[in-house]
Design a protein around this ligand. Structure first.
Ligand code: GLN
Length: 313
């Protein structure tokens, strides 16, 4: 692979993104997301050696939203292992992130853990392993541990807004309850899910948190500091590749060629296995609810580095 100066690369990409005119539409279903300027753009790459390259608004915290689904899934697999898969599938949905339609024909089993219904089940599974009063603390501690940063927190105002406006999520929870695929009180499971979505992190913190997926389950390469097994890390990456961008997952795989997970706050976590953990953030979204510029920035990055899980030379 040709040597690329990663700092110049992220600086160039941030400069190019600042000049983009079509920036997508900022999520407006809650005030704290609607008030974020679409001018923002941040990028961080952490390479295998742990060196960190950032540009733009890489240190500004933003609402992680559905990217948290990667981390709640990691925790749930750690708690119950493959038993999780009796309650949630592993297939791409081809539907919007908040869709309810497939739940009827599939008897309340969500297609995958990265759509809302799937992540609500994951929250319900975690409630069987942790007391309701402890689960959010455990989640935050897990995030702080994987990122090596004890300032990471949940934005309470975002969590409250999610709760006040999350009627579709409440519908999903109740619908799955009818199939006995939610076993705790629906308000408790949803409260947990809404707080996971309200996690606040910067690109730099998110790229750090993604290192264990880059390093085959280890927090640092070449150490015994294992978060999950190598096999599990690979499998989470496979799910990110197939399902991480909802009904835009095929397009993301085609254009970027790396496993990735988006959130409606405009963040994307992408992983080049063995090479880099990458976080981008730009709040304007495309029609699938994925960051418009985040995807373009990742496309430019892989064009210039040659990073791809499909690379054959
Ligand atoms: N909080 C959002 C929701 O539950 C998360 C969705 C997303 O990031 N795509 O609808």
């Amino acid at each position: 692979m040709t040597h690329v100066d990663l700092q110049s690369l992220v600086d160039d990409i941030a400069g190019e993104m600042a000049r983009e005119v079509v920036r997508g539409k900022v999520a407006d279903y809650i005030p704290s997301l609607a008030s974020v300027s679409s001018d923002k753009f941040g990028i961080t790459i952490i390479d295998h050696a742990g060196d960190c390259y950032s540009a733009g608004d890489a240190h500004s915290p933003f609402s992680v939203q559905s990217i948290s689904k990667v981390f709640s899934l990691t925790m749930a697999l750690g708690s119950v292992g493959d038993a999780l898969w009796t309650r949630v599938g592993r297939e791409p949905s081809g539907s919007p992130f908040n869709s309810i339609v497939q739940l009827e024909s599939e008897h309340g089993i969500p297609r995958n853990p990265f759509i809302n219904s799937g992540a609500i089940v994951v929250a319900d599974v975690l409630l069987a392993s942790y007391k309701p009063s402890e689960i959010l603390g455990e989640f935050i501690r897990f995030m702080q541990m994987v990122a090596g940063d004890d300032t990471i927190h949940i934005d309470k105002a975002v969590a409250q807004s999610e709760q006040a406006t999350g009627f579709r999520n409440v519908a999903l929870g109740n619908y799955m309850r009818a199939f006995d695929n939610i076993v705790h009180p629906v308000e408790q499971t949803l409260g947990t899910y809404f707080h996971f979505c309200a996690l606040s992190m910067s690109c730099q913190q998110l790229a750090k948190a993604g290192r264990y997926l880059m390093c085959g389950g280890r927090r640092h390469p070449g150490t015994a500091d294992t978060i999950i097994s190598q096999q599990r890390a690979r499998r989470i990456l496979a799910l990110m590749m197939m399902c991480g961008h909802y009904d835009g997952s095929g397009e993301f795989a085609y254009r970027v060629g790396l496993p990735g997970k988006s959130g409606v706050g405009g963040g994307i976590l992408a992983v080049a296995p063995g090479i880099a953990s990458i976080a981008v953030w730009s709040p304007g979204l495309n029609s699938h609810g994925n960051s418009q510029l985040g995807m373009i920035a990742l496309e430019r990055l892989v064009q210039r580095t040659g990073w791809s899980v499909f690379r054959s030379n």
